[in-house]
Design a protein around this ligand. Sequence first.
Ligand SMILES: [Zn+2]
Length: 322
Amino acid sequence: MIGDGMGVSQVYAGMTANKGSLYLEKSQFVGLSKTYSADRYITDSAAGGTAIATGTKTNNGAIGVDPDGNPVKSILEYAAENGLSTGVVASCAITHATPASFVAHQPKRGMQEEIAVDFLNSDITLFIGGGKRYFNDRSDSVDLLPKLAEKGFQLAFTMDEVKELTEGRLAALVADEHQASYPERGEFLPESVMAAINLLKGNEKGFFLMVEGSQIDWAGHANDTEATVNEMLDFDRAIKVAFDYADQDPNTLVVITADHETGGMALTGGDLSTGEVEGTFATTGHSSVMVPVFAYGAGSEAFAGIYENTDILAKLLSLYGF
Ligand SMILES: [Zn+2]
């Protein structure tokens, strides 16, 4: 689970607004990840997502390729190859940098139409997010929606349609571009995590699911403390859904981290009894600081310590036994 732009200040802003605690505190082990990219001291979400997904530091803007442009295999692809079910869920366009890093291989994050084709041609079991226009309103006039159906994906365009499904492949595109911010988009994220787990858990070999709380980052870019808190608490409710499943199936590991911090956020005031929190920001861009890694469940001890963002892949591969 990736909170885009979620540094320790964003976590503690949510914790303060929630009067002192978050569901994610149930994590048994905590580490710190170094996020710099192959070509920049400060990463973007493409290089950050690619590092987490593939274990490869790449240049900012690159999706699932190394600095020379060669495709590198993601944890989702390893899982699919080994017969596991796989999925991605994001509270933004599914073709956006973070979810794309787990599925696509393109030199530039802006190539969202090409990234949509990579989703079509992938072995992924399900995806739930926005970005419908990159599938059906494309510059090449090709409609990828019937092609998705031909590949066995059930199509859904609303959360009600998503919730009706109990098995099979799923392509859920609930917004033309991005979903609204929280609270306008409602319980999209926790509900999508629940729906995704229900669809994926039937595979006896197991599953891999990437969930992005996408808009924590946008709140940081906007230097907006209230939006940061709203998105952080929404992400935390999605975390609770994953933890609840891990409690039912003790072979489950939940890892929660970020691709980078956004905004250079600092908390300069607050009140744990009222939930009031005062944030200030050092930049409207990303910052370079290490980000937290929280781990819960089977194998969680592997995530204690200080390490490169690229080490997360090796830890996951070894725990899965691939
Ligand atoms: Zn950003």
